[in-house]
Each structure stands twice: as C-alpha cells, then as structure tokens.
Design a protein around this ligand. Structure first.
Ligand SMILES: [Zn+2]
Ligand SMILES: [Zn+2]
Length: 841
C-alpha cells in the first residue's frame, strides 16, 4: 500500500524541533525550590564516567530514570532529576600518554560529546545542577570532607601493600596488573611494596552499615545480601595461648570456643609477628615462609583465597591451651590471613572442614569434642560441624549444649583474663591513596619540624596542576612538579612538601548526589536545609556492579556527614533499582567481540524515541536485554502508526473545546451502544495498568505492549472514527490520553502530538490521566448463585446491573429452575456485583 508522502513519520524532524525548543527553555526540567507546595521526588541515575561515548547500557539506565521522572512530573511532583560526570580516573592519564592530550582537555571534550548525546536522546536533566567531579569547585569539598574526617580521627596513615612495577618504577592500580605482570611490561613481574597510605576508618561504622541494611526495604535483596557478606560480621571469642618456651602469647579468634578442647594445633598467618620473630634466626624457615607468602599473594591476585591449595609448615614451637594445659604444635599456614581476625587460628579438625582437610594432609591428631545431643545416637562422622550437639571430652563442660558452653567458656576466659567475647568484621578500612595524577590532591603537608600538617580551610582547594607532563617515569606524577610539591608549612612558615597522593575516585562518587541539590554553592558543599528537603533520594537507579563498593562508601559518607551535623538522613537512598545488562547475540557488548551497538547509529536510523522505547520494551528492566535491531525498527513503525492515527483524527478531536465529564456521559445509553464504550474501556484499562506499573513492578515492557494494544483497537475502529460514529469529546479523550500515556516513553513524539491536539502547555506538566473505574469495567461479569449455601450455578450479567436484573437472571437460570422446582423459595438475597443466595424449603 502506497503511503501518502505527507503522512510519513519523520522522527529526525520532530525530535530536532523539540530538542531546540527544550534547549531554549532551561526552566523546563528545573526543580522547584524547597518552598514548593508540591510533594518532592528525587530520581537519580548513577553518573557516568566520561569515556566520550554513551553505550547502550547507559541509554537503558537513563531511559528508565527518564520515564519515571516524566511520569512523576505529570503526577504533580516537584522532581529533581540531575546528571553529572565521574570525571577523575586512570583512563584520562592513559589517553594522555597515548594521544598526548592533557587529561583535563580530554575529559572535558568527552563530557561535551556525551552531553550532546544525552540532549539528542531527550533526557530530562536539569543541566543547571550539573556536577563535574574533576573541577576544583567540586573536588575542593572532597578535600574539605577529608580534613573534617581527619579532625574526627577517621583518617589515618599506615604502611600498606601496593603493586610496584620495577621497570616503570611506579605504583600500578590493580587493573594495571595483568596476570601478575605489568600491563606495559608483559614479562615484568609486579612486586608488592610497602608504602605509607591514607585510610578512611569505615570500620568505625561497620555495625551501623550492617544494621542499616534492615531499613533498606526498597533495595534489592541481592544487593543487601552482597553488602552483608562484604561487611562480614562474626561473633566469637578471642583467646590467648601461651608459647611454651617463649615470652610471646598467641591471640586466636574463634567463632566456636565450645570446640577448644578439640584444638590440636595452632595455625599462624605467614606474616604473623611471631613467625617474623622466629625467622630472624632460622633462615631455612624464613625461606619456607617466603614460599607461603608467595602462594598467598598469587591466590589473592587470582581473587579466590578460598580455593588456595592448603600448605603448612611446622615451626617446632608448642602452644599451651589455656583451658586444659594441652600442648599443641604451632604451624604456619598459607590459608590464614594476617588481615582477618588476629592472623592466628586454633585448628579443630574434628569440627571444621578446612581444619579436617589440613589435619589429614599433615597427620595432625583429630580429637572429637562434640557429640549428637541424643546420647543413644551413634558417633557422628567427622568433620561434625553442627552447633546443636553436646560437649564431650571437654572436662567440666561435658554434657552442655554448644551454646551453653560458648557462654561459660567465654566467661571463664574473661575471669582469668586470657580472653574475651569479640565481634569481628571482614570489612577493611578504605585505602584512599592513589599514586596517580588525575584525582583530588590529598590536602596534607609534610613539615620536617611539625610532621603532618593539614592544609587550612582557607587555602582550599589544593589545585591539581594542569600543565603537567604525563610520562612513564617513576614515582607519583605530582612529585615531579616542584611548583606543586614545594610549599610553606601553615604552622611554622618553614619550607614543607605537599602530599603527592591523590584520592580514590570512589570518594568523588560517595557524595555527588548531595551536591546536585545546591551545585553552585561556593561556601559549603551544600546547604543542609536544601539537602534535608530532597533527601533521601526517592529512587536511585544503576548497575548491580556498584552493589558493593560505591553503595557502601556512599552509605558510609552519609553517616559521617550526619555525625558532622550536615544531614539528617541515615541512608542516602530510599529505593534502589539495579537494571539488567544490554547484551547482543547472548554476549556482553565489547569491541573485541565486534557486537557493539552504537546509540548514535540507532538514533540516526530510527530516532531517539524508538531507541529509548525499545530499550524499555524489549525486556523487563531488571533482566538482561538482548539487543535486536529488528525490534527497534518495529517500535519505530509502531510510533509511525501512532503519529498517523493522531494526525488523521486530530481535526475532529479539536472541534470540541476541551475535556468533558465522560463518566457522566458514559452513563447515558447511547454510549453503551456505540464503539465509544469499547474504546473508552480499553483506554481506561490501559491507564490503570500503566499507572499501577509505575508504582510497583516497573514492567515497562508490558506498559509499552498495553499501549500497542490500545493503538490496535483504535486502528480497528478507524472506519467508525472516520465516519463520525464516535463523538468528538470521546475522540479527544482517546487521543489526548494516548499521547499522555506515551509521554514517559517517547517524549519527542508525545510533545509533537500534544501540540497537534491543541493540548495546553508542555506535555510534561499535563496531569497524568486517571483511570475511571466505571469506564474500565468489563461489559459482563459472572455472579455465583448459591442455594441454601451451596454453589449451584453462575450467571453472566451486565456489569453494573441492578439487584432486580440479577435476581431475574438467577431465577431463570436452567440449573436453578431444576433445583427449585416444586419447592418454596423463601428468600432471595442479592449482593450486586458479587453473589445471589436463595433460601429454599
Ligand atoms: Zn611496567
Ligand atoms: Zn612546620
């Protein structure tokens, strides 16, 4: 069928026209001040790293947030919907090396390019609140927070391991270590070196970070579980074992103090101080220990300590069990880590899988101290790791349950001062030092006389020098800039050196969403009153890859800011949504696989509306989406049908002045006879479905299909619409509401058609349609009929039928007539819309 040329949907023309109009109206997406009478809604998508190009994962993330923001605006909320740039980080330095472009220039050009893409996609961001983390007006507040934390004792320095390439003579980030070698020197082994590093004391908040997860009911359970495991709280006991012929004591941590009578060896981490002491005079042992350290390092690099093949070395030393005086050998084991617990464990092979495996391998005795609670039961097979047994071979504790014994053993240790109850966490303090250039300078000064001196607030920001040559030379890049390094000590006025480490970029993203509320404030990170109005974030949307680090760090930052009196909320975000990935041909998109789909290509071919709407339509938002170009083409054709349908019937719709009370009109008989009723019913069912979905499940894919079904019905009724069989007020409602329903998903087309239909003002401020239950109701409903309380039959009646009509229908039902023939119907009880009860004698 040849299409009328004038009736061709042309997304490029429509979208560029509206992009221009929106750009000339900076107030359009601006949040109202806190004095606004409207309820507030803060919807936030995670800010991107400015790589220079959006990928489809971004488009999907932003399309979800944008649909939500638009719908909330239409529902009358005061919406804050900002965007910014996580703009520090290593790729800018790599690009500088490769292309000889200064990191700042490279980054800002990338930001400009991505912003152009976002504008072309029609995303509803308030650019007046844009935050760029690599600019001094932002990172000065990183420095300010760092100093506040330093004052509170939440910042400290300690020696810590870094990756060191001897060839580059510099520190490498973890991602620059490839198979244990330098990314630039494939055959140079990366060494671990001890370097003074800055840490934030996140462990001070470990318990609160854990407990707070209980309040985050709007977060996915999987994210809460991942955080819980990352924090890794264990309750247990610390106990001191003395060493038979030496002055040292060994403190072990155990969660199973009830099994201590079954301890048959002590296992130390290779880096345990006692091991270090023993190796001073024993070179053979020192060499063996070095081997264990090496194995541990390899296992850490491969990322899976749990899979390490267990090795141990006996030290020849003997430990004494403080409870019963048992003498047990002291070993060093590669699976014991110095940074977990105390770096020493008691090995109870009868009741621990790992200890059992180790004891079998090295023929260490196995002593059973827990039995089944039922005394008649057989001996349990070892290792027997349950905690609901009773103690045996444990002296005065025999016969007690595990939990009773745990409590009493803990008390005994405390009484005799050789141990105590202890809660430990797997969570480590946050190492924020980076020996890199493109990050926030740490605002500290080293003075020979005064030691560490914080930079005074009035000297902030410590500006990152921009004219810098990025080379492969050794050391921290800032260390090679004399004008940066050499300064005067704020305390004594003498010559001093600036700290040359920069901050981990996770610092930038830990609080950026607070800055959006007051992005141009030059006196403070933000105004606390404004933050109090907007926080917590109502809906945060991003990838599940940020479930742990970013989301734990930003929760920590919020709690610190709360304790500084800056915010009142305990948690940054009320609800969190993690969207699925965009894949192609079943695999993650990547350049090496050649399956990358460029958003620009899709927009050029099908328009921004079709690209965005497809990203929402092709899968539920929490699932992975396998990108199919056919699907985008299909959505584009659908939008073309909407465009033709609305443009064709717009003149008829516009012949009425405005919306009328259709519920009242619908009550008249003529409505039920014509096609109007059927169309209005479909419309109001669609409104109800989409409204409900926005509130809960976010299955935008089914929302889009509901709109498609509605459009199908409208097209099927095209002849009737054309013939004027549907009254103009109904046509107007059908078309305007269709456009409003489409607005969160295809904002350009919706704006165009809203104007076409003579809609008032911006479609963004048009009220979200309400579903009228009377109109959404189905034609007929089923009513069950009971005789003397027993279900006998079911009749179909018109929805909304009155009691008399229902009674007549019930009494004329075939089954009812058979059951009641020759009997006396004493009573008929009709519950309209629900049931009929007959009492028969
Ligand atoms: Zn190297
Ligand atoms: Zn000084």
């Amino acid at each position: 069928m040849a299409e009328d040329k004038d009736l061709r949907y042309d997304p490029a023309t429509i979208e560029l026209k509206w992009q221009d109009r929106w750009a000339s109206d900076p107030k359009l997406y601006a949040a109202e001040p806190a004095s606004s009478k409207k309820p507030k809604y803060y919807v936030l998508e995670m800010l991107p790293y400015p790589s220079g190009q959006l990928h489809m994962g971004h488009v999907r993330n932003y399309a979800i947030g944008d649909a939500l923001a638009r719908q909330m605006w239409m529902r009358g909320y005061n919406v804050l919907h900002p965007m910014g740039w996580d703009a520090f980080g290593l790729p800018a330095e790599n690009a500088a090396l490769k292309n000889n472009t200064p990191p700042r220039q490279w980054t800002l050009a990338n930001i400009a390019a991505m912003k152009r893409q976002m504008l072309r996609l029609g995303l509803s961001y308030d650019w007046a609140t844009e935050v760029t983390t690599c600019l001094p007006e932002y990172y000065r507040w990183n420095q300010w927070f760092f100093l506040r934390m330093y004052e509170k004792g939440l910042v400290y320095r300690k020696k810590s391991k870094v990756n060191w390439c001897p060839e580059c003579a510099t520190v490498l980030a973890n991602e620059q270590v490839v198979d244990g070698c330098c990314w630039r020197h494939e055959d140079t082994k990366v060494e671990q070196r001890d370097l003074e590093q800055w840490f934030l004391r996140i462990t001070a908040y470990a318990e609160e970070l854990l407990q707070g997860l209980k309040t985050l009911e709007g977060w996915p359970e999987k994210v809460r579980t991942m955080q819980r495991n990352w924090i890794g709280r264990s309750e247990g006991t610390e106990v001191d074992f003395t060493v038979e012929s030496r002055p040292e004591k060994i403190r072990v941590f155990t969660t199973r103090i009830d099994t201590i009578f079954g301890a048959t060896s002590i296992q130390l981490a290779p880096e345990h101080p006692l091991v270090q002491a023993l190796t001073v005079s024993d070179h053979a042992l020192a060499a063996q220990i070095a081997g264990l350290i090496d194995e541990q390092k390899k296992a850490r690099e491969s990322g899976d300590m749990g899979e390490i093949e267990k090795h141990g070395i006996p030290t020849g030393q003997i430990a004494v069990n403080p409870y019963n005086g048992d003498l047990i050998p002291i070993w060093v084991a590669n699976y014991v880590l110095m940074d977990y617990g105390t770096g020493a464990i008691m090995s109870v092979p009868a009741h621990d899988e790992r200890d059992f495996e180790f004891a079998k391998k090295y023929s260490i005795p196995i002593k059973r101290v827990i039995a089944f609670a039922d005394s008649k039961a057989e001996e349990p097979e070892l290792p027997f790791t349950v905690e609901d047994g009773v103690l045996v071979n444990s002296g005065e504790y025999d016969g007690m349950t595990c939990s009773q014994a745990q409590e009493l053993l803990q008390k005994a240790a405390a009484r005799s001062a050789f141990g105590e109850a202890k809660v430990i966490f797997r969570l480590k303090d946050w190492g924020v030092s980076r020996q890199r250039y493109w990050g926030t300078p740490i605002p500290m000064i080293h003075c020979e006389r005064d030691g560490l001196v914080p930079v005074p607030d009035d000297q902030l920001p410590v500006i990152l020098p921009e004219q810098i040559e990025i080379t492969q030379q050794g050391g921290s890049p800032l260390g090679r800039v004399p004008s940066f390094v050499n300064t005067t000590c704020p305390k004594c006025g003498g010559p001093a050196r600036r700290e040359t480490d920069t901050m981990d970029t996770f610092v930038d993203s830990s609080w950026y969403f607070y800055r959006y509320t007051d992005a141009r404030n030059s006196n403070a990170p933000f105004d606390p009153a404004t933050v109090q109005y907007w926080f917590p974030i109502d809906q945060y949307i991003g990838g599940v890859e940020h479930a742990i680090l970013h989301l734990i760090y930003s929760r920590f930052w919020t709690k610190v800011m709360r304790d500084l009196g800056l915010v009142k909320n305990d948690e940054p975000a009320r609800r969190l949504f993690t969207q699925g990935m965009v894949i192609k041909d079943g695999a993650k998109m990547s350049k090496s696989k050649g399956n990358v789909v460029s958003p620009d290509d899709m927009v050029a071919r099908y328009g921004a509306d079709a690209t965005r709407m497809y990203a929402l339509f092709a899968a539920p938002p929490d699932r992975d989406l396998d990108w199919q170009e056919d699907g985008v083409a299909g959505v584009s054709r659908f939008l073309g049908r909407v465009w033709r349908l609305v443009t064709k019937h717009a003149p008829q719709a516009k012949s009425v002045a405005g919306m009328q009370d259709l519920e009242a009109l619908a009550a008249t008989v003529s409505f039920f006879l014509g096609p109007s009723h059927k169309l209005l019913r479909k419309l109001h069912q669609t409104i109800a479905k989409i409204t409900q979905d926005f509130e809960g499940r976010w299955h935008f894919n089914t929302c889009v299909s509901a709109i498609m079904e509605l459009v199908n019905e409208l097209q099927d009724a095209d002849a009737q619409l054309t013939a004027g069989e549907v009254p103009a007020p109904v046509v107007l409602e059908l078309l305007q509401y269709l456009v409003l329903l489409l607005a969160p998903f295809a904002p350009f087309l919706a704006a165009e058609l809203w104007e076409e239909l003579g809609g008032h003002g911006s479609v963004l401020r048009a009220p979200w349609p309400k579903s009228v239950p009377g109109l959404a109701m189905e034609d007929e409903i089923e009513i069950p009929i009971q005789i003397n309380g027993k279900l006998t039959s079911v009749v179909r009646v018109a929805a909304g039928a009155n009691a008399k009509t229902i009674e007549t229908a019930a009494l004329s039902d075939e089954k009812v007539r058979v059951r009641t023939s020759g009997k006396n119907i004493v009573k008929v009880i009709v519950v309209p819309g629900r049931a009929v009860n007959l009492v028969v004698k």
